[in-house]
Design a protein around this ligand. Structure first.
Ligand SMILES: Cc1cc2nc3c(=O)[nH]c(=O)nc-3n(C[C@H](O)[C@H](O)[C@H](O)COP(=O)(O)O)c2cc1C
Length: 464
């Protein structure tokens, strides 16, 4: 193998998140682990241990105890848990145990690629000790995540890499910009990057594109915001004879799914618009088991560099956009597109998320906590949007607010938080009671607009 061959192997390796059921032969697995053990370690100590989890019961227990909520864990035929004894080099300022383990992990990934297997290193494990417990690892061994291995059932697109000139300098650390790009904040991205991110996020969330994979959250109950939104949309749709409905950036289709179930036959047309083909593919697969909706049409963005909804002017009677606006560097072009396709007497319901998490995000950043791990996406990188700013954008796009409502005043937020914890601890009965209480307190309060977690704007086209 020469340098080019190696570069090609390194470049073609991709994180795989969908696996075939076909088992991995033991001989192949052993070769892969042998490659890992050829990796360097500090003082050649080799304080690692790998546990290949293939038994579905152990796998299930490992996932449950570690609170690793990514579905590929269940799908991958082999989970290779990586352990290292970090205690012996705990004072080393270069964190050598973690580097040693990291080198072995990369060797695993490359070896898997060379064997024709897909792999994924997974650091998004909430409770590594749970994983250690599930396989009976002694306390001195630290779990450093796991590698999913198996024959791949996907062909993931290559994520962009930063150019070499940007990452390599000679003799002097020559950063092109004073900071690294704050790449994890979708609202700073170009539309292409945003499309790529939204597509990946589906995978990150562990949502099965093949409809076989487990959902991250198997609980079919929908979030209060979605329930509110669909309720409101239902009322708007009920007032029309054969309405045409558009879900802008339909994403995982929660809103669409509810509306189709409730009123699918009454709609003249339902359109699901999003930015990336992978998302629409996922939507199709998700909605397929519900039956045939001949009036449902999937719309892919018409231009990779700007939002273009491929519909004629004034085509849509009722439209919604659920917590997406805040992802855009400049939401104006999208709002203008929405205004364009809205019928003159049409209604648009816009949900813009929250005013509390962004503060949390700044706070976390201030404390230097890592807020960028996949699972935390939905927690962190949101945008602080003043209602007045959103209204300004709407007005500039030719939309006028009929109402602005705040969802979730503080007491509802607390109840939602308690509900989450109750469910996490297995108390679904209490969770249900709290959910019921929240539903009863749904109506907007006077002050809720300002303390709300989510703002709902009901918009129509501005008078000419
Ligand atoms: C330290 C680390 C932690 C990661 N954790 C996760 C994870 O929890 N879930 C996941 O889907 N991918 C995870 N990945 C995979 C990265 O998302 C992936 O490597 C990255 O998007 C680049 O894609 P590529 O591997 O196909 O080149 C992790 C990667 C690293 C290095």
């Amino acid at each position: 193998m020469n340098g080019d061959d190696f570069l090609q192997l390194a470049a073609q390796r991709r994180s795989t998140r969908l696996f075939q059921e076909r088992p991995v032969p033991d001989a192949v697995l052993r070769r892969i682990v042998a490659a890992a053990t050829a990796a360097p370690t500090a003082c050649n100590r080799q304080l690692w241990h790998f546990v290949a989890i293939t038994d579905p019961e152990v796998k299930e227990q490992a996932c449950r105890l570690s609170y690793a909520e990514q579905s590929y864990l269940y799908d991958a035929p082999v989970l290779l848990a990586v352990f290292y004894d970090a205690s012996l080099e705990s004072r080393n300022p270069c964190k050598t145990p973690y580097l040693s383990a990291g080198m072995a992990i990369y060797a695993l990934l490359l070896a898997a690629e060379a064997e024709g297997l897909g792999s994924l290193y997974l650091g998004g494990i909430r409770v590594p000790r749970g994983l250690a417990g599930a396989v009976g690892a002694p306390p001195f061994l630290e779990n450093l995540g796991l590698v999913c291995l198996g024959y791949r059932a996907d062909t993931p697109p290559a994520p962009p890499r930063r150019p070499l000139d940007e990452v390599l300098s000679y003799n002097r650390c020559d950063l092109r910009a004073p900071h690294f790009p704050a790449d994890i904040r979708p609202h700073l991205w170009s539309l292409r990057q945003l499309a790529d991110f939204r597509e990946k996020l589906l995978w990150y969330k562990g949502i099965g594109i093949d409809a076989q994979t487990l959902h991250v959250n198997p609980d079919p109950r929908f979030s209060p915001a979605i329930r509110h939104l669909t309720g409101r949309l239902g009322m708007l749709l009920a007032r029309r004879e054969r309405p045409r409905f558009l879900d802008v950036l339909a994403y995982n289709g929660d809103v669409l799914l509810q509306l189709l179930l409730a009123a699918g036959a009454r709609l003249d047309k339902a359109y699901a618009y999003d930015l990336a083909p992978g998302i629409l593919h996922y939507l199709r697969e998700r909605l397929r088991p519900l039956g045939d909706f001949p009036n449902l049409e999937y719309l892919l963005n018409g231009d990779p560099d700007r939002p273009v909804i491929p519909l004629p002017d004034g085509q849509v009677d009722v439209m919604c956009c659920y917590q997406r606006l805040e992802q855009f560097a400049d939401p104006q072009p999208l709002l203008e597109e929405m205004a364009r396709v809205l019928a003159p007497d049409g209604r648009l319901v816009l949900l813009v998320s929250n005013r509390l998490y962004p503060h949390l995000y700044w706070y976390r950043r201030m404390c230097g906590q890592n807020y960028s791990l996949g699972r935390n996406w939905s927690r962190g990188p949101e945008r602080l949007y003043e209602p007045a700013e959103i209204l300004r954008h709407c007005r500039a796009a030719g939309l006028e607010a009929e109402t602005v409502t705040g969802l979730q005043p503080v007491e509802l937020k607390v109840a939602g938080w308690l509900e989450g914890w109750a469910r996490r601890l297995g108390g679904h009965a209490l969770g249900d009671r709290l959910a019921g209480w929240q539903a009863g307190h749904y109506a907007a309060r006077g002050c809720s607009r300002w303390f709300a977690r989510t703002l709902v704007f009901e918009l129509r086209r501005a008078a000419p």
